[in-house]
Design a protein around this ligand. Sequence first.
Ligand code: BGC
Length: 743
Amino acid sequence: MSRAEDILEKLTLRDKISFISQMVMERADLSEYGMKNFLLADGPSGIRMMKETDQEDIYDTLPLTCYPSASTYASSWDRELVWNIGQHLGREAQTQNVSVLLGPGCNIKRSPLGGRNFEYYSEDPVLTAELATEYIKGLQKEDTGACIKHFAGNNQETRRMTINEKIDERTLHEIYLRAFEKPIKEGSPYMVMTAYNRINGEYGAESNVTLRDILRKEWGYKGCVVTDCFGAHDLNKALINGLNLQMAGESPERLEEEITEMLQKGTLSIEQLDQAIRPTIEMAVRCEEVSRKESYDPEEHHNFARKAAEESMVLLKNKDDFLPLNAEDSIAVIGGMGKNLRFQGGGSSHVNPYRLEQVYESIVKLCPQAIYAEGYTDDISSGEMIEEAAVVAEKCDKVILCMGLPEIYESEGYDRVHMKLPQCQEELLQRILEVNKNVAVVLFNGAPVEMPWEEQVSAVLEAYLPGEAGGGAVANVLFGKVNPSGRLAETFPFKISDTPCYLNFPGRWNEVTYAEGIYVGYRYYDKKEMPVRYPFGYGLSYTTFQYSNLQIIKKDKEIQVSLELKNTGNRGGKEVVQLYIGKPGKWFECPIQELADFQKIWLDAGETKQIKFILKKDSFGIYDTDIHEWVVESGTYRILAGSSSRNISLEGQVEWTEPKEYPDITEHTNLEDMIRLFGKEQQLRELFKDNPVSLGFLERCMSEDPLTQSMGTLMSFHTLRRIDNKLTEEDIQRMLKELNQRS
Ligand code: BGC
């Protein structure tokens, strides 16, 4: 018998019940079972380690490394880097006796206003899934468990604990669940945290759909499912549907009463209770059997946090090679964030950093003559502060202006209400431009901002929320110690009213309709042919790359794609090669293109490499809501490769054939569709040879006159049945059968 089974057998009912609640369990004395209580701590970008249990101030935590936020390191598009972030976090967690770190967050960025966007990866489910899988694998390599969250659909903070999201089935699968599927199936996180919100009427912690049918049955997840903090509702339904643990919640007495009542009434059996607590015991045993690491090297972790930030920052604009800067340049650094770095978001992910590196101090190390003016503090400034900054800006050849969102703008618990930077910062920029046109803006923000001034400045570096060593990383990128290689994991729209869910975010009263469906992020902007400030996947480098020689080979059940990438500039650098596919969209409404895969590649100056991808059938999947399954259309697929979703350099095609053409012809399929989509003209002629009336309608389909033509094309068996007296019910069934016969 396994140790977990052995413990389960010995547990008293009372202790069994304590295993339902993380809060109760943390305090229960489990020593008589030879067990220690395990410890959960918040991530995902650092460890929020409370000094005392039960303390009120959630920000009073032990100093530990603050890595860049997820929105930042997602822009690295670098699987290996993200694995390493996981590993560093895992090692650090080990030394703090943390058994499971509450991360990664795999919610999709539906709107740029989402208050927790900085904790999430992308608007794209494939990018999210790929990076989260690596994070989990890296973390768990160090025997620290991952807790993927918030499953599913926690895409806004407004009314997050009650909001009912109306999401259609296809969108739920193709966008919101897809982001979780691979990390859960391949990463095998110790825990899954359910989301607060409701989806189509059901809370995440007890859902018949997302929890029972998808996570447990379809994906076969066997680990521990925990609610978000105070996120349990109907505990009885939840336990039966696959929930194991309730984070925080009622008192031990109340919980005991509640479960005892369920057992007495028979709405929960003792077997179901055992089944509910088994994964938690197994996990606790697994966490205990680890030989804990005593220490880690905080300096190494700090330096790694800097590297992670350097690999992630996105160079958005660099007019006339304004950057990189030189050590001899005359430079003014301006902005409160230059000396008081905005490096992380607010809420449960907030970390007390080990050591902070500021932008100005880091620039001075590389360029000692650089001078500084504050100009603003967060969203406050004065005429005097602005004038002082203008004087400093005028004295120098080049200005580095640090702008960004104050911490209070971006946090768990609430959404942003607009996408603008604080007005005083924009006023400061305008005043500086009056005295010095050579301005590079460095942005600190967890999610996109409007940039009406973009054309007036020479360079823009999106530093996102770069973690505790972000100041050093900014300096290294600005001065070319590091060649920028970040690419946007989300679109930067011009303005909030351009966004796909503008009319439906954050919803009316307690309900929000995901009316944009699968058209989230670039899927929407592409389809609408809308210009955007910066597209998904975009980012500049100090070197340039050339794509050539696309080869596409179909082999059995996979498609092999290769291309050549050349570094055509004069310094080494990394490119993110992005592969998109365009589905035939014969039966289903489809986006113009969807990310299928990507690789981040280093090339020395002048070097050429061959890049290879293998596309499997699941890249082509579409969720069919008629049969509630993934299907693949037969037809011509476009394969597109490039450096962003709007900079496709190479395009090719490949045919994919599925044994079953999709879907069946029914009595409601019209003649036009039978002819055009199914290619059945000849067969219909044969079938109708003894039915002159029906044949007549078929002939009309060929007419040059559009009205006459429509008299044919719009007919179906359902309509013909009423017009063609010779067409019997038997004929119709026989004909449908023949039409649907596959070769
Ligand atoms: C957040 C979770 C977090 C939990 C524990 C909740 O408010 O939504 O992401 O892990 O608190 O702090």
